[in-house]
Design a protein around this ligand. Structure first.
Ligand code: ADP
Length: 291
């Protein structure tokens, strides 16, 4: 079903991204609530059409660990991307003071499976693995969003990319080593894991104006890799993070290797009440935002 603006009723802002807002919308013809991401982008019509064409592959590729894609359209100044509405929002606002190990395991396993699907089935690397790009719903499902499916969209956005916290692997700052490998996503996975577990981005933060960027980048490139506290997390859990955060990309495990890791084995048959965790974390999050 082709989606266009006239069929949508706007129901409020869900969040702000680097390139525009994300709105909750109601799609009248199908009665489906969706999240619509606006990406401000001035491009020639030919390139915009190319983006829509590239996004189209998502229609044939559903996966439990990837946010469903419903359709996209554009206007003169924006691309609109309609996707599954995830009613507990993104992990950055849900981890609060840190998530317990069993919940962490379910999240990390979902992320690895989602990333493996993107690579095996769509032949893409995510490029932007971080807590804001992992969404949760109140039934407890965990799914990835914001992956670089459209090469043209990635290229067009690259020129304007600015972030406040860097999840980029050390090798990506090496200007002589170009090309982004799947191993760089594994680093970002490890960094996300440490942040979720400890409740804190592990490197020096930037101030509002982007100051401190040098300290942050030099800590990533020259410093020791972040790690999990061994008194709070199991040996298997700490080792999983440590392997992802190996500074040598060629030493990082592949997705099949990660799925064979003792941390995954330990939790793969454990029933974790993700629904209660999602509901509770979501209500905590609302308390914070009321202040
Ligand atoms: P960024 O540019 O930082 O990656 P996004 O533009 O992707 O951020 O999203 C901004 C915010 O909107 C997210 O942090 C999240 O809270 C919310 N959001 C994004 N997609 C969805 C969705 N599918 N369902 C619910 N909330 C969403």
């Amino acid at each position: 079903y082709k989606i266009n603006m006239n069929d949508l009723k706007l129901e409020g802002e869900l969040g702000k991204g680097q390139f525009g807002t994300v709105q909750k919308v109601f799609h009248k013809p199908t009665n489906v609530i969706m999240a619509m991401k606006e990406i401000r982008l001035e491009l020639e019509v030919a390139k915009l059409n190319q983006i829509l064409m590239e996004l189209d592959v998502l229609h044939q590729s559903k996966n439990d660990f990837i946010v469903d894609f419903y359709g996209a359209f554009f206007t003169e100044s924006c691309v609109y991307y309609c996707m599954e509405y995830m009613d507990a929002g993104s992990l950055d606002k849900l981890y609060n003071k840190g998530v317990p190990e069993d919940v962490l395991a379910i999240i990390i396993i979902a992320m690895v499976k989602g990333l493996k699907f993107l690579k095996d089935k769509l032949n893409i690397i995510h490029r932007d693995v971080k807590p804001t790009n992992v969404l949760v719903n109140r039934t407890g499902e965990v799914k990835l969003c914001d992956f670089g499916v459209s090469g043209q969209l990635v290229k067009s956005l690259a020129r304007t990319n600015v972030g406040s916290q860097s999840y980029m692997a050390p090798e990506r700052f090496n200007v002589t080593e170009n090309g982004y490998g799947v191993q760089s996503d594994v680093w970002s996975l490890g960094l996300t894991m440490v942040e979720l577990a400890t409740g804190k981005y592990p490197y020096p933060a930037l101030n509002g104006k982007g100051g401190g960027i040098w300290e942050q980048l030099s800590a990533i490139v020259n410093g020791k890799s972040p790690s999990l506290p061994s008194d709070k997390f199991s040996e298997e859990c700490c080792d999983f993070a440590a392997q992802c955060l190996n500074k040598d990309p060629s030493e990082r495990p592949t997705y099949p290797q990660l799925l064979e890791h003792s941390f995954v084995k330990k939790y793969q048959d454990v029933v974790v009440d993700m629904k209660s965790w999602a509901e509770e974390s979501y209500s905590l999050r609302q308390d914070i935002y009321k202040e």
